[in-house]
Design a protein around this ligand. Structure first.
Ligand SMILES: Nc1ncnc2c1ncn2[C@@H]1O[C@H](COP(=O)(O)OP(=O)(O)OP(=O)(O)O)[C@@H](O)[C@H]1O
Length: 401
């Protein structure tokens, strides 16, 4: 299995052979769905039980116990005949006799499909062999990552663990740090991204849908994150997902920062959603040279705070309502100028004029947005304060009135 992932990340054969030499166990092979002719253990389950999260289905721990119990012969066979639901047979055979660094947590999954190739990771969808649960596995190739990036992964995992059970945040299941790869198993958000939902809605969302399905749960998730000192720093429609119950979930905490632990001094995220106070900041590389050349400490640089996420929330909301990104520029310098030009002046600036002129947006919605899209972060409300904004309780009848 390790070799599958190494190949998956494009390793050359000579690299693979080296890895094989270091790891003296025989390559692990999983044959999904292969039926074991002489199962040592056979358990009867109703198919409905297997989908329950804490079902008695043999998840990893049970598999390990079963394997210890049967020594080298690992076979678990689930067989269920049901007149209504049909018959269900799930088999696991040929589990490796030795645990590989990387392969163990992934043995439980099948149907791997690459969904997304990110800057540093690949996201693979898979389903649990026994429960059928859909997961998304975020895979990082550790061999090409710097020490700082490895720290970023560790922080991403810490945040995901902390946010377990929290509404509005993608749900962590488990992670494995191998020598070559890190795999983070997340509950699959089968409802897709907000970007896709916006496209499906024809490029613009009706106000009530925008508030109910996106803004309200997003504000609430941000309030939780900020109260736990987490700043996402890369909020955009591609990082907002919907789960199988159609609930919003924020994903991608790779560049998230923990206030008090991470210096919030660098430019991160996507330009279109980037707050004015971040647009003017140096990149990580620039900070590195600044520190080396001028001997200054990173913590001496001017920092920003969680209000950068509030700005992104405002930009996303305008995009959902109007179908347009409100601030467009090619470079950070250009973006800083565009943001100022749009928002500064004696009266509401261009973007807010544009919003105000939209017949589809209620006064309450205009007020919500104008309170957020402020150049000075101190003028922007906190997520907790925004939760009390009347716009978040907008229903159809309010707009008809
Ligand atoms: N739990 C999940 N369920 C379903 N899809 C997911 C899940 N997590 C991530 N994805 C998909 O993978 C995409 C990228 O995820 P993520 O941003 O975490 O990876 P990334 O490597 O940081 O990507 P990028 O560099 O493009 O930001 C998401 O936009 C979404 O389409």
């Amino acid at each position: 299995m390790l070799f599958f992932w190494l190949r998956f990340f494009g390793y050359r054969q000579d690299k693979l052979s080296a890895a094989e030499d270091e790891d003296d166990a025989a390559p692990a092979t999983i044959v999904p769905g292969r039926y074991c002719s002489q199962p040592r253990k056979s358990i009867m389950y109703h198919p409905a039980e297997i989908r329950i999260e804490h079902s008695p289905a043999p998840l990893d721990g049970d598999l390990a116990t079963a394997r210890r119990g049967t020594q080298r012969r690992a076979a678990i066979d689930l067989d269920r005949g049901d007149s209504v639901l049909g018959s269900l047979r799930i088999s696991v055979d040929a589990l490796p006799t030795r645990q590989h660094n990387m392969s163990v947590p992934l043995h439980s999954y099948t149907d791997f499909t690459i969904m997304h190739k990110g800057r540093l990771s690949k996201i693979v969808s898979a389903s649990h062999k026994f429960t059928g649960e859909e997961v998304a596995i975020k895979m990082y190739d550790r061999t090409v990552m710097s020490a700082i990036q490895l720290e970023d992964i560790a922080r991403e995992i810490d945040i995901l663990v902390m946010a377990k059970g929290v509404d509005g945040i993608v749900q962590y299941e488990k992670a494995d740090n191998g020598k070559y790869l890190t795999a983070i198993v997340l509950k699959g958000c089968t409802g897709g991204t907000l970007a896709k939902r916006l496209a499906n809605a024809g490029g613009r969302m009706p106000e009530v849908m925008c508030v109910r399905d996106v803004v309200k749960p997003l504000v609430s998730a941000l309030a939780w994150l900020h109260e736990h000192n987490v700043v996402h720093r890369n909020l955009k429609p591609q990082h907002i997902l919907f789960d199988d119950e159609d609930e919003l979930r924020i994903c991608d905490f790779f560049i998230a920062a923990v206030m008090g632990k991470t210096a919030l001094v660098g430019r991160e995220g996507s330009l279109a959603y980037m707050a004015p106070e971040m647009v003017t900041k140096p990149t990580d590389d620039e900070i590195f040279h600044e520190v080396i050349d001028n001997g200054i400490s990173e913590t001496d640089l001017p920092s920003y705070n969680e209000k950068v996420d509030i700005w992104s929330l405002g930009v996303i909301t305008v995009e959902l309502l109007t179908g347009h990104k409100p601030f467009i520029a090619n470079t950070p310098g250009e973006m800083a100028a565009v943001q100022k030009q749009e928002l500064q002046g004696d009266r509401w600036g261009g973007v807010l004029d544009f919003i105000r002129d939209q017949e589809f947006l209620s006064l309450s919605g205009q007020d919500f947005l104008s309170s957020i899209l402020r150049i000075d972060p101190r003028d922007r409300p906190s997520a907790r304060a925004l939760m009390a904004h009347p716009w978040l309780d907008t229903v159809h009848s309010d707009l008809e009135a």
